[in-house]
Design a protein around this ligand. Structure first.
Ligand code: ADP
Ligand code: MG
Length: 501
């Protein structure tokens, strides 16, 4: 049996791991930890739920035993795409560093600057941050990144997705080139990997499972539904009631608005249910999550952004109320179940309108998913959306009868961008900078409530990108994942942020 003793970790860290109850490193931990300890840059790719966090936290703790933090100069920096993930990584540090005197600061939006400033002033070993809030602190002169020895970009595929790129580029420029850079991700599309390489120096690429693969312990099924929302809710209730061994479930919707509607509907029907989406404040989200983890809530209705990467152990069922538009989201969604070798079930509700996204998903996971009952067909839809069906009769309009299919016709259709941190109200910002370089603060209630993700069209221009690229035109059509179209930003020449030495 593989053990933690042989990986090069310090005695204190080995003891902490034992105290946490881990007897054996996971494959990504076994492979990544020794390489991180050798000071090499690492790209670590492993399925969701395989222990990537400890793959960087444990060797970082070992390295941090030498040296001391100075005021406002963190020694290491971990970037996370969402507040919840950042908080979760902080919990990991607290769990493992019981017998070490490491100081950890969490810089996330939605929390007051004061406490964060006090911690920074005392000096921190580990800074865990979302990019937006980190830059806010930096611009206020509260923070220097010139002492950062290790940079971790967690959830790297999403972090390097278009919404965060300018922020990541800026942050990387503020950190000395001599740093060690670690990236971890469940998926790593080629285009993203090429971009990732501009932030890395001769990285060791550690991949323990085929990128974008789904856990084999998850039973995946499809179920056909009529196109109307109430049809889908009917099907959903049938699935929940008919599920064998349902312990708890996460239901994913593509839009925030639907998260709210499905949540209300299930509550009305007497289910023990909660909701999680990007418009909820931090406290409400944490309360929901705690309720779900503590088994007080059996069913959690969630959006992709809110649920991404969250460590919710032992979910027995995942239901996709909508087929995810971006096939990689499918992998992340069903990765909520079947974690740590347990078995799980994932059922996706499919209407004639969204069957077109199935092909991309099946291609990505390299398998076809079995139907429960009859596959979706023209007769399953409620008629008026037939024009959108794959292989629909050629003479039908794509937007028939004044009832355009929202996903295709609406220029604000959900895009790949899952970057909620950027969209926070920025009311705490110095006014001067807002007027010069950033769009005006946008209070949450002013945002259209129905969208979880900003579309290319309605996304606020990045504050530091300078001239907006042409793809931010208002009428940019919906782009499905990286699909067959590589976004322009990825084709933009990228400047290596440091010279290879
Ligand atoms: P990932 O980042 O790959 O999605 P996490 O780091 O969140 O996964 O870990 C998933 C779960 O596995 C967590 O609950 C964590 O405590 C647990 N875990 C991590 N490493 C081990 C290990 N070596 N043995 C047992 N459980 C582990
Ligand atoms: Mg993770």
């Amino acid at each position: 049996m593989m053990s933690f003793d042989t990986l090069g970790l310090s005695e204190k860290v080995i003891a902490a791991v034992a105290a946490a109850g881990y007897t054996e490193p996971t494959p990504i931990q076994a492979q990544a930890i020794p390489v991180v300890l050798e000071n090499r840059d690492v790209v670590g790719i492993a399925q969701t739920g395989t222990g990537k966090t400890a793959s960087f936290v444990l060797p970082m703790m070992t390295k941090l035993e030498q040296g001391r933090a100075r005021a406002r100069m963190p020694r290491t920096l971990i970037l996370e795409p969402t507040r919840e993930l950042a908080a979760q990584v902080e919990e990991n540090f607290n769990k493992y560093s019981l017998n070490q005197r490491l100081t950890v600061a969490l810089l996330i939006g939605g929390v007051s600057f004061d406490d964060q400033n006090k911690k920074l002033d005392r000096g921190v070993d580990v800074l865990i941050a979302t990019p937006g809030r980190l830059l806010d602190h930096f611009e206020r002169g509260r923070l220097l990144l010139t002492g950062v020895e290790i940079l971790v970009i967690d959830e790297a595929d999403r972090m390097l997705d278009m919404g965060f790129i300018p922020d990541i580029e800026r942050i990387c420029k503020m950190i000395p080139p001599s740093r060690q850079t670690l990236m971890f991700s469940a998926t790593m599309p080629n285009e993203i990997e090429r971009l990732a390489n501009t932030f890395l120096r001769d990285p060791a690429r550690i991949s323990v499972a085929k990128a974008s693969s789904t856990a084999t312990t998850v039973t995946q099924r499809l179920i056909a539904s009529g196109s109307e929302a109430h049809d889908k809710r009917d099907v959903l209730r049938g699935l929940i009631r008919g599920a064998v061994d349902l312990k708890n479930a996460i239901i994913f919707c593509n839009r925030k608005r639907d998260v709210q509607i499905v949540y209300k509907s299930l509550e009305k029907h007497g289910f023990s249910v909660g909701a999680l989406h990007g418009d909820m404040d931090q406290r409400a989200r944490m309360l929901m999550l705690d309720g779900f983890r503590g088994d007080k809530i059996k069913i959690l209705v969630a959006s992709d952004v809110a649920a991404r990467g969250l460590d919710i152990p032992d979910v027995s069922h995942v239901f996709n109320f909508d087929v995810p538009i971006h096939s990689e989201d499918y992998v992340h969604r069903i990765g909520r179940t079947g974690r740590a070798g347990r078995t799980g079930t994932a059922v996706t509700i499919v209407t004639s309108a969204d069957s077109k996204y199935l092909g991309a998903i099946e291609k990505l996971i390299n398998q076809s998913i079995e139907w429960m009952g009859e596959p979706v067909s023209a007769s399953t839809g409620s008629g008026h959306r037939d024009g959108f069906q794959r292989g629909a009769k050629g003479n039908k309009s794509r937007h028939p009868g004044g009832n355009p299919e929202p996903r295709r016709a609406d220029p604000a259709a959900p895009s790949r961008v899952t970057n909620e941190e950027r969209r926070e109200p920025r009311g705490e910002k110095p006014a001067q900078r807002d007027s010069q370089t950033r769009p005006a603060p946008q209070p949450k209630q002013d945002r259209p409530p129905q969208r979880e993700r900003p579309a290319y069209g309605d996304r606020q221009p990045s504050h530091d990108r300078g001239s907006a690229s042409p793809r931010h035109d208002r009428h940019e059509p919906d782009v499905i994942g990286l699909g067959d179209h590589v976004p322009a930003f990825l084709l933009r020449p990228t400047r290596p942020i440091r010279s290879a030495s």
